[in-house]
Design a protein around this ligand. Sequence first.
Ligand code: NDP
Ligand code: AKB
Length: 287
Amino acid sequence: MSEPVPSPRPRTDRPTALVTGATAGLGARYAAQLAERGHDLVLVARDEERLARSAVELRSRYGVEVEVLPADLSERASLQRVADRVADAARPVDVLVNNAGFGLKQRFADGDLVAHEQMFDVLCRAVMVLSRAAAGAMAARGRGRIVNIASVAGFVAGGGHYSAAKAYVALLTETLHQELSGTGVTATAVAPGFVRTEFHARAGMKSGGTDSPAWLDADEVVRVSLDDAFAGKVLSVPTKRYKALMGVLDVVPRALVRTVWGKATWGAARRHPSGPGQHTLGNTPEQ
Ligand SMILES: NC(=O)C1=CN([C@@H]2O[C@H](COP(=O)(O)OP(=O)(O)OC[C@H]3O[C@@H](n4cnc5c(N)ncnc54)[C@H](OP(=O)(O)O)[C@@H]3O)[C@@H](O)[C@H]2O)C=CC1
Ligand SMILES: CC(=O)[C@H](N)C(=O)O
Protein backbone atom coordinates (compact mmCIF):
# COMPACT_ATOMS: atom_id res chain seq x y z
CA MET A 1 0.00 0.00 0.00
CA SER A 2 1.65 3.24 -1.09
CA GLU A 3 1.89 6.19 1.28
CA PRO A 4 -0.97 8.71 0.84
CA VAL A 5 0.07 11.52 -1.48
CA PRO A 6 0.50 14.53 0.84
CA SER A 7 -1.56 17.58 -0.10
CA PRO A 8 0.51 20.45 -1.47
CA ARG A 9 2.15 22.38 1.34
CA PRO A 10 1.92 26.18 1.84
CA ARG A 11 3.75 28.33 -0.71
CA THR A 12 7.21 29.48 0.33
CA ASP A 13 9.29 32.32 -1.13
CA ARG A 14 11.44 29.75 -2.91
CA PRO A 15 11.02 29.22 -6.67
CA THR A 16 9.40 25.93 -7.68
CA ALA A 17 10.78 23.39 -10.16
CA LEU A 18 8.67 20.64 -11.73
CA VAL A 19 10.67 17.62 -12.90
CA THR A 20 9.20 14.79 -14.95
CA GLY A 21 10.81 11.36 -14.64
CA ALA A 22 12.00 12.37 -11.17
CA THR A 23 12.22 8.89 -9.60
CA ALA A 24 15.40 7.66 -11.32
CA GLY A 25 18.46 8.56 -13.34
CA LEU A 26 18.86 12.12 -14.57
CA GLY A 27 15.46 13.22 -13.24
CA ALA A 28 16.33 12.20 -9.69
CA ARG A 29 19.54 14.22 -9.99
CA TYR A 30 17.71 17.24 -11.44
CA ALA A 31 15.37 17.14 -8.44
CA ALA A 32 18.27 16.92 -5.97
CA GLN A 33 20.38 19.63 -7.61
CA LEU A 34 17.43 22.00 -8.01
CA ALA A 35 16.61 21.48 -4.33
CA GLU A 36 20.26 22.18 -3.54
CA ARG A 37 19.88 25.40 -5.56
CA GLY A 38 16.96 26.41 -3.33
CA HIS A 39 13.92 25.23 -5.28
CA ASP A 40 10.76 23.68 -3.96
CA LEU A 41 9.85 20.68 -6.08
CA VAL A 42 7.00 18.99 -7.90
CA LEU A 43 8.00 15.43 -8.78
CA VAL A 44 6.26 13.61 -11.66
CA ALA A 45 6.58 9.90 -12.55
CA ARG A 46 4.44 6.74 -12.60
CA ASP A 47 5.87 4.86 -9.62
CA GLU A 48 4.00 6.31 -6.61
CA GLU A 49 6.08 4.49 -4.02
CA ARG A 50 9.36 5.69 -5.47
CA LEU A 51 7.90 9.21 -5.70
CA ALA A 52 6.94 9.14 -2.02
CA ARG A 53 10.39 7.84 -1.01
CA SER A 54 12.09 10.53 -3.11
CA ALA A 55 9.93 13.23 -1.53
CA VAL A 56 10.83 12.15 2.03
CA GLU A 57 14.52 12.02 1.16
CA LEU A 58 14.56 15.42 -0.57
CA ARG A 59 12.59 17.16 2.18
CA SER A 60 14.88 15.87 4.90
CA ARG A 61 18.12 16.44 2.98
CA TYR A 62 17.41 19.90 1.56
CA GLY A 63 14.58 21.30 3.72
CA VAL A 64 12.47 22.21 0.68
CA GLU A 65 8.78 21.64 0.02
CA VAL A 66 8.18 18.60 -2.21
CA GLU A 67 4.88 17.82 -3.92
CA VAL A 68 4.37 14.53 -5.76
CA LEU A 69 2.21 14.21 -8.85
CA PRO A 70 1.94 10.58 -10.03
CA ALA A 71 1.27 10.54 -13.78
CA ASP A 72 1.83 8.35 -16.81
CA LEU A 73 2.74 10.95 -19.43
CA SER A 74 1.68 8.59 -22.23
CA GLU A 75 -1.92 8.94 -21.02
CA ARG A 76 -3.66 12.13 -22.14
CA ALA A 77 -5.69 12.71 -18.98
CA SER A 78 -2.63 12.23 -16.79
CA LEU A 79 -0.57 14.54 -18.98
CA GLN A 80 -3.30 17.20 -18.80
CA ARG A 81 -3.23 17.07 -14.98
CA VAL A 82 0.48 17.80 -15.10
CA ALA A 83 -0.04 20.58 -17.67
CA ASP A 84 -2.70 22.13 -15.41
CA ARG A 85 -0.20 22.07 -12.52
CA VAL A 86 2.48 23.70 -14.69
CA ALA A 87 0.03 26.44 -15.75
CA ASP A 88 -1.41 27.07 -12.24
CA ALA A 89 -0.95 30.82 -11.68
CA ALA A 90 -1.74 30.41 -7.96
CA ARG A 91 1.19 27.99 -7.53
CA PRO A 92 3.77 29.17 -10.08
CA VAL A 93 6.23 26.72 -11.58
CA ASP A 94 9.43 28.67 -12.25
CA VAL A 95 11.51 25.86 -13.78
CA LEU A 96 10.12 23.01 -15.89
CA VAL A 97 12.39 20.03 -16.62
CA ASN A 98 10.89 17.78 -19.30
CA ASN A 99 13.06 14.76 -18.58
CA ALA A 100 10.87 11.62 -18.52
CA GLY A 101 11.78 9.20 -21.27
CA PHE A 102 12.83 5.76 -22.40
CA GLY A 103 14.27 3.93 -25.37
CA LEU A 104 13.01 1.03 -27.46
CA LYS A 105 15.35 -1.63 -28.76
CA GLN A 106 13.06 -2.28 -31.70
CA ARG A 107 13.21 -1.24 -35.35
CA PHE A 108 10.67 1.39 -36.31
CA ALA A 109 9.62 -0.34 -39.54
CA ASP A 110 8.41 -3.58 -37.97
CA GLY A 111 8.49 -2.94 -34.23
CA ASP A 112 5.56 -2.83 -31.82
CA LEU A 113 3.41 0.09 -32.95
CA VAL A 114 1.84 0.53 -29.50
CA ALA A 115 5.29 0.77 -27.92
CA HIS A 116 6.43 3.30 -30.53
CA GLU A 117 3.28 5.37 -30.02
CA GLN A 118 3.89 5.39 -26.25
CA MET A 119 7.50 6.46 -26.76
CA PHE A 120 6.34 9.27 -29.08
CA ASP A 121 3.74 10.33 -26.51
CA VAL A 122 6.29 10.55 -23.69
CA LEU A 123 9.30 11.88 -25.61
CA CYS A 124 7.47 14.28 -27.93
CA ARG A 125 3.80 14.93 -27.13
CA ALA A 126 4.36 15.38 -23.40
CA VAL A 127 7.26 17.74 -24.02
CA MET A 128 5.12 19.75 -26.43
CA VAL A 129 2.09 19.99 -24.13
CA LEU A 130 4.09 20.82 -20.99
CA SER A 131 6.36 23.30 -22.79
CA ARG A 132 3.25 25.08 -24.09
CA ALA A 133 1.73 25.18 -20.62
CA ALA A 134 4.96 26.55 -19.16
CA ALA A 135 5.53 29.11 -21.94
CA GLY A 136 2.14 30.73 -21.43
CA ALA A 137 2.26 30.86 -17.63
CA MET A 138 5.91 31.90 -17.41
CA ALA A 139 5.64 34.59 -20.10
CA ALA A 140 2.69 36.11 -18.23
CA ARG A 141 4.96 36.44 -15.18
CA GLY A 142 7.96 37.61 -17.21
CA ARG A 143 10.25 34.88 -15.93
CA GLY A 144 10.90 31.13 -16.12
CA ARG A 145 13.13 28.36 -17.42
CA ILE A 146 12.09 25.49 -19.68
CA VAL A 147 14.65 22.66 -19.79
CA ASN A 148 13.95 19.89 -22.33
CA ILE A 149 16.09 16.77 -22.27
CA ALA A 150 16.98 15.86 -25.85
CA SER A 151 20.08 13.79 -26.64
CA VAL A 152 23.18 13.60 -28.80
CA ALA A 153 21.17 10.83 -30.49
CA GLY A 154 18.85 13.58 -31.73
CA PHE A 155 21.65 15.01 -33.83
CA VAL A 156 22.60 11.80 -35.57
CA ALA A 157 20.84 9.59 -38.08
CA GLY A 158 20.78 5.87 -37.38
CA GLY A 159 19.41 5.98 -33.85
CA GLY A 160 15.95 4.84 -34.90
CA HIS A 161 12.67 6.38 -33.84
CA TYR A 162 14.32 7.50 -30.59
CA SER A 163 16.75 9.73 -32.50
CA ALA A 164 13.88 11.26 -34.47
CA ALA A 165 12.00 11.95 -31.25
CA LYS A 166 15.00 13.63 -29.67
CA ALA A 167 15.58 15.70 -32.83
CA TYR A 168 11.99 16.93 -32.42
CA VAL A 169 12.69 17.93 -28.80
CA ALA A 170 15.85 19.82 -29.77
CA LEU A 171 14.22 21.74 -32.61
CA LEU A 172 11.01 22.47 -30.71
CA THR A 173 13.14 23.90 -27.90
CA GLU A 174 15.02 26.14 -30.31
CA THR A 175 11.67 27.39 -31.60
CA LEU A 176 10.52 28.07 -28.03
CA HIS A 177 13.76 29.90 -27.24
CA GLN A 178 13.30 32.10 -30.31
CA GLU A 179 9.59 32.80 -29.75
CA LEU A 180 10.08 33.57 -26.05
CA SER A 181 12.96 35.97 -26.65
CA GLY A 182 12.41 39.17 -24.67
CA THR A 183 9.74 37.68 -22.37
CA GLY A 184 12.15 36.78 -19.55
CA VAL A 185 11.57 33.08 -20.24
CA THR A 186 14.35 30.87 -21.64
CA ALA A 187 14.27 27.39 -23.19
CA THR A 188 17.25 25.05 -23.18
CA ALA A 189 17.64 21.71 -24.98
CA VAL A 190 20.02 19.37 -23.16
CA ALA A 191 21.85 16.83 -25.35
CA PRO A 192 23.67 14.31 -23.17
CA GLY A 193 25.72 11.42 -24.54
CA PHE A 194 25.52 8.05 -22.82
CA VAL A 195 24.77 8.44 -19.10
CA ARG A 196 24.88 5.80 -16.39
CA THR A 197 21.19 5.55 -15.40
CA GLU A 198 18.42 2.91 -15.52
CA PHE A 199 17.66 3.83 -19.15
CA HIS A 200 19.48 0.97 -20.86
CA ALA A 201 18.55 -1.73 -18.37
CA ARG A 202 14.89 -0.74 -18.61
CA ALA A 203 15.02 -1.07 -22.38
CA GLY A 204 16.99 -4.31 -22.39
CA MET A 205 19.85 -2.65 -24.24
CA LYS A 206 23.48 -3.68 -23.93
CA SER A 207 25.35 -1.13 -21.86
CA GLY A 208 28.60 -2.90 -21.19
CA GLY A 209 31.70 -0.88 -20.40
CA THR A 210 29.86 1.91 -18.62
CA ASP A 211 33.16 2.77 -16.94
CA SER A 212 34.58 3.83 -20.34
CA PRO A 213 35.03 7.57 -21.04
CA ALA A 214 32.05 7.41 -23.40
CA TRP A 215 29.76 7.10 -20.38
CA LEU A 216 28.89 10.18 -18.34
CA ASP A 217 28.04 10.61 -14.69
CA ALA A 218 24.45 11.79 -14.20
CA ASP A 219 25.39 14.38 -11.59
CA GLU A 220 27.91 16.01 -13.96
CA VAL A 221 25.38 16.09 -16.82
CA VAL A 222 22.80 17.72 -14.55
CA ARG A 223 25.20 20.25 -13.03
CA VAL A 224 26.54 21.40 -16.43
CA SER A 225 23.09 21.54 -18.02
CA LEU A 226 21.57 23.52 -15.14
CA ASP A 227 24.46 25.99 -15.31
CA ASP A 228 23.78 26.36 -19.07
CA ALA A 229 20.02 26.63 -18.59
CA PHE A 230 20.34 29.30 -15.89
CA ALA A 231 22.72 31.15 -18.20
CA GLY A 232 19.94 31.14 -20.80
CA LYS A 233 21.72 28.95 -23.35
CA VAL A 234 19.51 27.36 -26.04
CA LEU A 235 21.59 24.16 -26.26
CA SER A 236 23.60 22.37 -23.59
CA VAL A 237 25.94 19.53 -24.60
CA PRO A 238 27.52 18.33 -21.35
CA THR A 239 31.25 17.56 -21.47
CA LYS A 240 33.95 18.51 -23.93
CA ARG A 241 34.13 15.03 -25.46
CA TYR A 242 30.52 15.14 -26.54
CA LYS A 243 30.86 18.72 -27.75
CA ALA A 244 33.76 17.45 -29.91
CA LEU A 245 31.64 14.53 -31.15
CA MET A 246 28.88 16.94 -32.18
CA GLY A 247 31.46 18.88 -34.22
CA VAL A 248 32.63 15.67 -35.92
CA LEU A 249 29.06 14.65 -36.68
CA ASP A 250 28.62 17.89 -38.62
CA VAL A 251 31.27 16.88 -41.14
CA VAL A 252 31.08 13.07 -41.35
CA PRO A 253 28.89 11.80 -44.22
CA ARG A 254 25.42 10.97 -42.93
CA ALA A 255 25.42 7.53 -44.56
CA LEU A 256 28.48 6.63 -42.47
CA VAL A 257 26.87 7.98 -39.30
CA ARG A 258 23.69 6.00 -40.00
CA THR A 259 25.70 2.82 -40.34
CA VAL A 260 27.98 3.30 -37.36
CA TRP A 261 25.75 4.93 -34.73
CA GLY A 262 23.02 2.33 -34.61
CA LYS A 263 25.45 -0.59 -34.36
CA ALA A 264 27.84 1.15 -31.96
CA THR A 265 25.11 2.08 -29.50
CA TRP A 266 22.22 -0.28 -28.93
CA GLY A 267 23.47 -2.99 -31.29
CA ALA A 268 21.36 -3.81 -34.31
CA ALA A 269 17.83 -3.22 -33.07
CA ARG A 270 15.99 -6.54 -32.97
CA ARG A 271 13.34 -7.28 -35.56
CA HIS A 272 10.25 -7.57 -33.38
CA PRO A 273 9.98 -11.30 -32.59
CA SER A 274 6.24 -11.44 -33.06
CA GLY A 275 6.05 -8.89 -35.85
CA PRO A 276 4.29 -5.53 -36.01
CA GLY A 277 1.35 -4.81 -33.73
CA GLN A 278 2.28 -7.13 -30.84
CA HIS A 279 2.18 -5.50 -27.44
CA THR A 280 5.36 -6.25 -25.53
CA LEU A 281 6.47 -2.99 -23.97
CA GLY A 282 9.81 -2.07 -22.50
CA ASN A 283 10.27 0.74 -19.97
CA THR A 284 9.30 -1.15 -16.87
CA PRO A 285 10.63 0.48 -13.70
CA GLU A 286 13.48 -1.29 -11.95
CA GLN A 287 12.27 -2.52 -8.57
N1 NDP B 1 20.77 7.61 -20.07
C1 NDP B 1 21.23 8.08 -21.22
O1 NDP B 1 22.21 7.56 -21.79
C2 NDP B 1 20.55 9.24 -21.87
C3 NDP B 1 19.26 9.61 -21.54
N2 NDP B 1 18.68 10.68 -22.19
C4 NDP B 1 17.34 11.12 -21.85
O2 NDP B 1 17.33 11.51 -20.47
C5 NDP B 1 16.00 11.40 -19.95
C6 NDP B 1 16.03 10.64 -18.63
O3 NDP B 1 16.47 9.33 -18.91
P1 NDP B 1 17.32 8.48 -17.83
O4 NDP B 1 17.42 9.21 -16.56
O5 NDP B 1 18.54 8.02 -18.51
O6 NDP B 1 16.35 7.22 -17.69
P2 NDP B 1 15.88 6.38 -16.42
O7 NDP B 1 15.28 5.14 -17.01
O8 NDP B 1 16.96 6.28 -15.43
O9 NDP B 1 14.67 7.27 -15.80
C7 NDP B 1 13.50 7.46 -16.56
C8 NDP B 1 12.52 8.25 -15.74
O10 NDP B 1 11.38 8.54 -16.56
C9 NDP B 1 10.20 8.12 -15.90
N3 NDP B 1 9.20 7.67 -16.90
C10 NDP B 1 9.36 6.68 -17.82
N4 NDP B 1 8.21 6.53 -18.52
C11 NDP B 1 7.32 7.43 -18.01
C12 NDP B 1 5.97 7.74 -18.30
N5 NDP B 1 5.28 7.07 -19.24
N6 NDP B 1 5.37 8.73 -17.60
C13 NDP B 1 6.05 9.39 -16.62
N7 NDP B 1 7.33 9.14 -16.31
C14 NDP B 1 7.95 8.16 -16.99
C15 NDP B 1 10.65 6.98 -14.97
O11 NDP B 1 9.83 6.89 -13.84
P3 NDP B 1 8.60 5.83 -13.74
O12 NDP B 1 9.06 4.51 -14.30
O13 NDP B 1 8.31 5.80 -12.27
O14 NDP B 1 7.47 6.41 -14.52
C16 NDP B 1 12.01 7.50 -14.53
O15 NDP B 1 11.86 8.39 -13.44
C17 NDP B 1 15.19 10.69 -21.04
O16 NDP B 1 14.43 11.65 -21.76
C18 NDP B 1 16.27 10.07 -21.95
O17 NDP B 1 15.80 9.90 -23.28
C19 NDP B 1 19.35 11.41 -23.15
C20 NDP B 1 20.63 11.06 -23.48
C21 NDP B 1 21.31 9.96 -22.89
C1 AKB C 1 22.32 8.58 -25.97
C2 AKB C 1 20.89 8.35 -25.71
O1 AKB C 1 20.06 9.23 -25.71
C3 AKB C 1 20.39 7.05 -25.41
N1 AKB C 1 20.27 6.83 -24.02
C4 AKB C 1 21.22 6.01 -26.11
O2 AKB C 1 21.69 5.09 -25.43
O3 AKB C 1 21.35 6.14 -27.33
